[in-house]
Design a protein around this ligand. Structure first.
Ligand code: HEC
Ligand code: HEC
Length: 290
């Protein structure tokens, strides 16, 4: 009787095995397919993850179209979406995940400066600036604040830097000598803070200087009497006290950026800041007292 419908399933036990096998194969196929589609591998294997990183890296690198100039003016969230998410969303290669308060708490405790430094200079498996060297430091910092604040921190996001204005401010010509910087600055006749613009030759008082450093984006990295990313301005004043060449040297450095005087963290170039502003700022900084 069994000759026509011959089947190798002869007993209930065999039936169970066949059904079970069919089920297992289907699931395996679905898993394989979904890995193919999403490109996600099982977590836990560092080599695997680095492999993923290497494959997605070039994509991350081409996303910033204007490759030459450091880009400033992205929001923290944009920076996160563009660059940091790659690792910090899923916790790749040991990155603390966005929103994982447990993983962030000990880091946040070390202070925002330490986090800025790690993100800008790189740390362990994290390349400098998350691998995108075209990011301006300040954008990296906004990315840091964005992540930290969504993971238990409460830091102030560095203020937006005004978009680079007309790029034709006579840049790296030899700085015009403004002589005797310190002597020129006397408290008193100063433009009202609210204008926020430097008038050549008019010394700034504390408030006007503060307003100008806000307007020109310096305050994101500098405090008057406290180190942020860059040195406290009173410390700059103390360092160059009596140095006649300081005015020209510092104006040049602010324009062009540079590192190594106060540590490894560089100051990015500030091409968008008008020369008059820089002159006024440097005079003001050099006249500050502790
Ligand atoms: C290629 C992967 C990767 C990318 C991209 C990446 N990170 Fe990270 N990040 C890591 C890893 C890994 C760690 C943990 C390093 C450690 O503490 O050992 C980390 C840690 C951090 C920390 C904590 C540092 C500390 O000192 O505790 C901050 C802040 C941070 N990242 C910010 C950023 C920002 C901002 C970006 C985007 C601009 C970014 N990361 C992009 C992998 C990455
Ligand atoms: C993105 C952060 C950042 C911004 C924005 C920034 N600075 Fe700096 N600044 C730094 C860092 C970091 C240093 C230390 C560089 C070094 O060690 O040589 C520095 C150094 C300086 C110094 C001392 C330079 C020296 O050689 O001793 C002066 C003066 C200064 N900044 C003024 C300014 C002014 C004015 C502005 C705004 C127009 C500004 N900075 C904007 C980060 C910044």
């Amino acid at each position: 009787m069994s000759d026509k419908h011959s089947s190798f399933i002869k007993t209930p036990k065999q039936l169970v095995i066949v059904v079970g096998l069919a089920f297992a194969i289907t699931i395996a196929l679905v898993v394989l397919l979904s890995q193919l589609v999403t490109g996600v591998r099982s977590p836990g294997n560092r080599d695997d993850q680095t492999g993923v990183l290497n494959r997605i890296k070039p994509v991350g690198e081409v996303t910033i179209a204007d490759a030459t100039a450091p880009q400033a003016g992205m929001t923290g969230e944009q920076v996160y979406q563009d660059v940091c998410k790659t690792c910090h969303e899923a916790g790749l290669v040991g990155a603390p995940k966005l929103g994982d308060k447990g993983a962030w708490a000990p880091r946040i405790k070390r202070g925002i400066d330490a986090l800025y430094a790690s993100a800008i200079n790189g740390k362990d498996q994290m390349p400098p600036k998350g691998g995108n060297r075209n990011l301006a430091d300040i954008d990296v910092q906004r990315g840091v604040v964005y992540m930290a604040n969504r993971s238990g921190g409460s830091f102030n996001e560095p203020p937006a830097v005004p978009a680079p204005a007309v790029a034709t401010t006579s840049t790296s010509t030899a700085p015009v000598a403004t002589t005797a910087p310190a002597a020129a600055v006397t408290a008193g006749a100063a433009p009202p803070a609210a204008t926020g613009a430097a008038r050549p030759g008019v010394p700034l008082d504390l408030k006007a200087g503060e307003a100008l450093m806000q307007k020109d984006g310096c305050a994101a990295c500098h405090g008057i009497d406290k180190k942020i990313v860059g040195p406290a301005y009173v410390d700059v004043a103390a360092k160059y006290n009596g140095d006649a060449g300081a005015q020209a040297k510092l104006a040049q450095k602010i324009k062009a950026g540079g590192a190594g005087v106060w540590g490894q963290v560089p100051m990015p170039p500030n091409p968008q800041v008008p020369d008059d502003d820089i002159k006024a700022l440097v005079s003001w900084i050099l006249a500050l007292k502790k």
